[in-house]
Design a protein around this ligand. Sequence first.
Ligand SMILES: Cc1cc2nc3c(=O)[nH]c(=O)nc-3n(C[C@H](O)[C@H](O)[C@H](O)COP(=O)(O)O)c2cc1C
Length: 420
Amino acid sequence: MSKHDLPQLPGLRGKTITLGVCGGIAAYKSAELVRLLIKQGCTVHVVMTPSATQFIQPLTFQALSGRPVHVSQWPEGNNDRGMPHIDLSRTADCLLIAPATANSIAKYANGLADNLLDNLVLARNCHLLIAPAMNVEMWNNPATQRNLQQLRQDGVHIAGPASGEQACGEVGSGRMLEADEIVYELARALNPKPLAGKMILLTAGPTFEAIDPVRGITNRSTGKMGYAMAQAAWLMGAQVQVVSGPVGGKSSELTQYGLEIVPVESAKDMHLQVMQAIQTGLVDVFIGVAAVADYGIKNPSTHKQKKIDNADTQTIGLKIDFELNPDILADVGQWSNDNQRRTTVVGFAAETQNMHEYALKKLSSKKADFIIGNLAQHALGAADTQLTLFGTKLTQGLELEHLPKLDAALKVLEIIQQTT
Ligand SMILES: Cc1cc2nc3c(=O)[nH]c(=O)nc-3n(C[C@H](O)[C@H](O)[C@H](O)COP(=O)(O)O)c2cc1C
């Protein structure tokens, strides 16, 4: 996950979150969670179980949330109506429990309520999202799995856990998700999901055409737009697969959480992976965002090419033959055409001039349903973009505002979803 601050996620600004913290080692991660939620524009009320106070001081959460922290289910003083076990869930848009211990999960599954947080869970009339955290054997215990199954049946959203090395030294499932991953899960839980049940396949990033094992030809695409589209589709409820060109070194801030990534290098590899997925007939929407090389290298060298220095003639002895790469968007468009337009086909056109004309040409020549135009010189590598949407019913082009890439992606997907 990214170490950078998160972009503003949809569905979070202005929301009130009651964050329940149970008694597990991962309680320290919840301090960062509060910080991220506040940065997203949420109001956060923290409720701790008595056990949680053994792991982290309420004062930490009080300082980060800017509000008193609640631990006792018994009213403190005479200045409220004496019902904290109900009130804190009435004011919340979501009750988020992170970490959720095996003990508390068992209580929620069975309706037990002998501390303030349990009571809030039982008395809630809002979303409940829990992020379990526990030792791998506690997680695998049939009792825990039975309890989680019960909670799923009750409509509770369960985020994670992740797998890996644990605080106790053992390895396996049970690690709490990272704070930023929980924020993504929360945004998805609170966001409307018009793409629920849809399978969306995207390409993202540049391609790399090898000349020899160490050199190659690539382009300036960073993957930011492709990953923003993928993230937006996931936040809108879709299942998302990204066939991604090599973006690692260029954009380490790309968020991959929630996405299934298929890494590829060349345009030919990308074409192969995309067509395999498309031909299953399971893809509802294909979005080609990657900057795919039109030409690949014919017969790349299997060994590193040595410098040929014709000092006397000042000429370079290196000769590279190019060949035409397969056209991914055109092949997906043709496949969809041959299969009753099974897949909605969306392409990007990053142009430096004549965007309107080139986008419309691309729309018909690739048999696409939509082409999203943007000016390459402004969009490549930038955090923001200005998109124009062209479609069979949008031949004039629908110009969107200049927006951060995630917001632009959400907007464009919303229009595509409403127009298809
Ligand atoms: C050092 C230590 C670490 C613990 N870590 C966890 C944990 O990560 N997950 C868990 O489910 N229980 C953990 N426990 C056990 C819980 O603290 C214990 O079940 C407690 O009763 C949970 O109370 P609560 O669910 O009311 O917060 C840990 C206990 C200790 C002493």
